[in-house]
Design a binder for this molecule. Structure first.
Ligand SMILES: [Fe+2]
Ligand SMILES: [Fe+2]
Length: 208
């Protein structure tokens, strides 16, 4: 038998549970700084919402010979990012916080960026960059939380695993583009292109 008990005695647990009932699932054994956790989760929420918007924009603006299959992938990812946003928002409310859905400041709260390039290859690349940002962000949040909030940690680990699948999907699409003889990257940095060679504006791009 272990020398040190790993559980508080039952009377102590019962007494603590009756205190601060207004905090719901947040009990006194929650040792993390809740403000920090809520800030991190709201940044993750903003990141997911920006990812939804970016994938949706890419879905509707995708054009070119490979647009149908790539756009379908963008839409699938958009829907999965929305699921992530919903899970994070729900966890924020469980932690007695307020999920921040305000459009004002959304892009500055988000770790990933809202970029809509003018061609399909650059869209895929942009999404791969965003997924890699999400992967690093989730890993850092998970490391911060450690074992002190296992519910948030489990959720974030599950989301992280999906982001890694998303990154792999985008990498595969980039490679497929290379095999089909289409550029996996824009031929030149956009700033270096003459004005006449610039991609069509977003409004001019129609999905095929
Ligand atoms: Fe996500
Ligand atoms: Fe993702």
């Amino acid at each position: 038998m272990s020398a040190t008990p790993f559980l508080s005695d039952i009377q102590t647990i019962r007494k603590r549970a009756r205190q601060h009932l207004e905090r719901g699932a947040v009990t006194s054994s929650y040792t993390l700084d809740r403000d920090v956790v809520l800030k991190l989760l709201n940044e993750a929420l903003a990141t997911e919402l920006v990812c939804v918007l970016r994938y949706k924009a890419h879905y509707y603006l995708a054009s070119g010979i490979n647009a149908q299959s790539v756009a379908a992938e963008f839409l699938e990812h958009a829907n999965e990012e929305q699921e992530h946003a919903d899970r994070i928002a729900e966890r924020i409310t469980q932690l007695d916080g307020t999920p921040n859905f305000a459009p004002d400041g959304l892009s500055s709260r988000s770790h990933s960026e809202f970029v809509v390039p003018g061609n399909l290859a650059a869209m895929i690349e942009e999404n791969l960059v965003a997924e890699r940002i999400a992967i690093d962000s989730y890993r850092e949040i998970i490391n911060y939380i450690g074992d002190a909030d296992t519910t948030s940690r489990r959720m974030l680990e599950e989301i992280l695993a999906v982001e890694e699948e998303h990154a792999e999907d985008m990498k595969t699409l980039m490679e497929d583009f290379g095999k089909k003889g289409e550029p996996a990257k824009p031929a030149k940095p956009r700033a270096a292109r003459p004005a006449s060679a610039k991609p069509a504006s977003k409004r001019q791009i129609k999905r095929s």
